[in-house]
Design a protein around this ligand. Sequence first.
Ligand SMILES: Cc1cc2nc3c(=O)[nH]c(=O)nc-3n(C[C@H](O)[C@H](O)[C@H](O)COP(=O)(O)OP(=O)(O)OC[C@H]3O[C@@H](n4cnc5c(N)ncnc54)[C@H](O)[C@@H]3O)c2cc1C
Length: 397
Amino acid sequence: MRIAIIGGGASGIYTALLLKQDHPEYEIHIFEKEKKLGRKLCATGNGRCNLLNVDLKGEKYNHPKFMEEAIKAYPFEYLVSVIRSFGVPVRREGDNVYPESYNAVAYTDFLVASLRRFGVTIHLDCLVTDYVQKGSQYRILNLSCMDFGFFDKVVFTIGGASTPNLGSDGETFPLLKKHGYDIVPLRPGLCPIQVKNPEDVKPLSGLRRKVSVKAIAGTHVLFKERGEVLFKGNGLSGIVIFNLESVLMRLGVLALSSIHLDFFPDQAESVLLDDLSAFHKLNPTNFLDGYFPKSLVSFFYKINHIQQNNLSTTQLKILARSMKDLVFVPASPYPFVNSQVSLGGVSLGDVVSGLESKREKGVFFAGEVLDIDGLCGGYNLSWALMSSIAVSEKIGK
Ligand SMILES: Cc1cc2nc3c(=O)[nH]c(=O)nc-3n(C[C@H](O)[C@H](O)[C@H](O)COP(=O)(O)OP(=O)(O)OC[C@H]3O[C@@H](n4cnc5c(N)ncnc54)[C@H](O)[C@@H]3O)c2cc1C
């Protein structure tokens, strides 16, 4: 059997390895438009590659029901055994799982070396521009006009449009659309958020603070999580903000929501006020310096229009309020170049079991190309693996 895999990221690599493990006789070709396989994989997990999460749950994804089924079929322990079958031991850090090397480049290089050892044919610098069906087979058209003959199966693992500098830039989706696929519009997911009134946050640029974060639209709390917020020049970043951004973008309500930061999630506002009052009594001019770095002290005075001297009880109350509920209004997500995953992709309605195309028999999809996105914490690489297993099982049946 001849199989063409379009896109040599995590999903393309996993699919090829899984197919070769069970069927060394298959002739597998990976077509990758970049000069190297797995460029994005090399950048994952802050260079450490958070490849799985112990706490796999449907609710971590945009299609929880669909993912519950996938997780039932391929539970966490099974996914670990698959990674180990590639020859890679894993380590846990909390719920996050990494390769034992704790190094995304080493992990990628190891997998690519395994592909070569298995005899997978790798075509680099090879942008696939179209495919043509003849009978039950497919011919792959590419920018360099090379003829690679006919393939029995074609697997699209082209990713989404996030971090285009690392390969996937969304430019192949019009081709899938031309072939009749329903493409849920691509939007940046897991990325920082620009806020209205960026001049407010600018002085805080670079500051990190562990807080509780809430997103509210109307009267509905749509998101609540604790984590570290990183203040940027014109917005908010950090893992907790990435997750919040994805949740609000999935619902299409980012610009209709407000983001609320609680700097003292373990203290009731009344307790905080008592504390502020006591410390204010000790140091009427600079009592907040014991709480925060200078930039944040000035920030709280400035946004509340309070002079830094002998505060009244009302002013202390205002400060306590804003430390418990600092509100930002989102303007927009940062662009794709800053996003870790793409929301949208080939609609799940276009695939049947084994992620095979509903209409084009022998055409498959795995990974981010499909309309599945997960939150931070290894959920997207988990999906890359689960979907690659599903495809390889169906092809290898
Ligand atoms: C900075 C960063 C950190 C991340 N960290 C994590 C993490 O720690 N854990 C986690 O779970 N997820 C993480 N993610 C998300 C995760 O990396 C992706 O969801 C995952 O890599 C998607 O794999 P994929 O193979 O489906 O797509 P991709 O990795 O995007 O691979 C698609 C490949 O297809 C190629 N391609 C596209 N079109 C064509 C074409 N027409 N012809 C030929 N080749 C083509 C592209 O060049 C690319 O190499 C991170 C993402 C980023 C950007």
